[in-house]
Design a protein around this ligand. Structure first.
Ligand code: CMC
Length: 429
């Protein structure tokens, strides 16, 4: 392969002596992309890239992250600026529509969400059919899939108006479903949303059934901003792949939520808190850091490391500061847990293994400390992530469906099973 100076094209020579030119696409920001589609038609070859480490699955105009710089932009705006100045719903509008809303647009958006803020009886029955000890993520997947049962026949995915309605519906319903799951698991009556409360105030009201401090709702709002989108992560890619077949958008969303549940992805926030509890005290940190470095031990430091960030995750930085402020403000009994997390972080960051592997705290490392201080049970942590990420999922789904170049996602494989062989009838085996 010859890398021409101006990277607009790369030449690839096949074993048959044939040469093809692969176009190189220059994005607005980030690494250029080599278009490898002709590989198969011209050379009969496929690209092999486990975990998609070097594969761009799509073009996207929503979110940009630069792992080396530790930079995250939503529609071009740095996450720190959005976190400081915007409510979660402003960020939702930005992600969905590409621009920040003016006051009238924001009010209209809130009214649109308000109209969708109901829990359908069939979805409620699905939640209530679960044993109370079931994991809330299992309930969430089922409840969202049940929404497909309600809306499938009335949603034409080729109609932009129907797509916008779906996006608003999903954002409006997710906190209602999440709160209903919590109420069911704790044997309490399900609360209805109130139109006079903000998005996060409403969620906390429906969850706890009592007034909540403004500072709690503000902290949750900020956490939701930080979790709202993160480009082509596993759950978003799952929504896109599922959605690429033209399936019902709620079904695609349920698939994305299933992917989020895993401990390598959104399930890490729950795993971090369990890990901190297991570590228990500062004198045991060294032991756990040693375990994380041991290749023969499957244990990893949860909330550490990221496929893209090879620098401090900018979201973790903001969340750490927020945890500090919130715990002080609430006079929380969770101070020791936060202290332990910070001690673990500093031990890991001065360790040669973590330095050389470029492993830093990610978004999940400190978020659990905040959820716990807000009174959210640990099993609900990944559900919280799902509420916030719903806007990311639906925005990516919309972008994909509206893309005239959309084709069903259908990866190839390198087959490594048995070679061709003759069938042997049952009696002769
Ligand atoms: N603790 C110890 N070692 C680690 C860790 C960790 N948390 N993360 C990665 N490594 C090591 C890994 O053992 C490997 O070492 P070596 O090259 O010597 O074999 C190297 O770093 C690269 O790891 P990888 O698994 O190939 O990296 P990846 O990009 O495939 O995985 C990750 C990224 C986030 C899944 C991984 O870092 C991890 O499992 N972290 C813990 C779980 C976690 O916090 N997940 C949340 C991710 S961010 C939020 C989200 O997506 O929801």
């Amino acid at each position: 392969m010859t890398n021409q100076k101006q990277v607009n094209e790369l030449e690839l020579k096949g074993e048959n002596g044939k040469t093809i030119k692969l176009a190189v696409r220059q994005p607005v920001l980030g690494a250029p992309g080599m278009e490898i589609s002709p590989l198969f038609s011209e050379f009969g070859m496929v690209a092999y890239d486990p975990g998609f480490a070097s594969t761009a699955s799509c073009e996207s105009a929503i979110t940009y992250l630069d792992g080396a710089r530790g930079e995250l932009l939503f529609r071009g705006y740095p996450i720190a600026q959005l976190a400081e100045h915007c409510s979660f719903l402003e960020v939702c509008f930005l992600l969905l529509h590409g621009e920040l809303p003016n006051q009238a647009e924001l009010e209209a958006f809130k009214r649109d969400l308000g109209r969708e803020a109901v829990l359908e009886p069939s979805v409620r029955r699905v939640i209530e059919s679960f044993p109370v000890e079931s994991h809330p993520m299992a309930m969430l997947i089922s409840a969202v899939a049940a929404l497909a049962g309600v809306y499938h026949d009335s949603t034409d995915i080729h109609d932009p108006v129907a797509r916008t309605r779906f996006a608003n519906q999903a954002i409006a319903k997710m906190p209602i479903i999440a709160a209903a799951i919590h109420r069911h698991r704790t044997g309490q009556a399900i609360e209805s949303p109130r139109s006079d409360l903000s998005y996060t105030q409403n969620f906390l009201h429906m969850t706890f059934g009592s007034p909540v401090a403004d500072v709690s709702a503000q902290a949750l709002d900020l956490l939701f901003v930080l979790h709202a989108d993160h480009s082509q992560n596993a759950s978003t890619s799952t929504v896109r792949l599922a959605g690429s077949s033209g399936t019902d958008p709620y079904a695609a969303l349920a698939a994305g939520i299933a992917s989020l549940w895993g401990p390598a992805h959104g399930g890490a926030n729950e795993a971090v808190l369990r890990m901190l509890n297991e570590i228990g005290s500062a004198d045991r940190i060294e032991h756990f850091v040693a375990r994380a470095k041991d290749r023969n031990d499957p244990f990893r430091l949860m909330g550490f490391g990221h496929r893209v960030y090879k620098n401090y995750d900018p979201r973790a930085m903001i969340i750490r500061q927020m945890a500090h402020d919130l715990l002080q403000h609430l006079g929380s009994r969770d101070e020791p847990l936060f202290e332990l997390a910070m001690q673990l972080e500093s031990k890991a960051l001065e360790d040669e293994y973590f330095v050389s592997h470029k492993l830093y705290p990610n978004v999940d490392f400190y978020s659990g400390v905040i959820y716990r201080a807000l009174g959210i049970p640990v099993e609900m942590f990944t559900v919280m992530f799902a509420i916030a990420r719903t806007v990311g999922w639906v925005t990516h789904w919309q972008e994909m469906i509206a893309d005239p170049k959309l084709r069903i996602g259908r990866p190839r494989q390198l087959y490594i099973g048995a070679a061709r062989r003759e069938f042997v009838p049952l009696g002769q085996r």
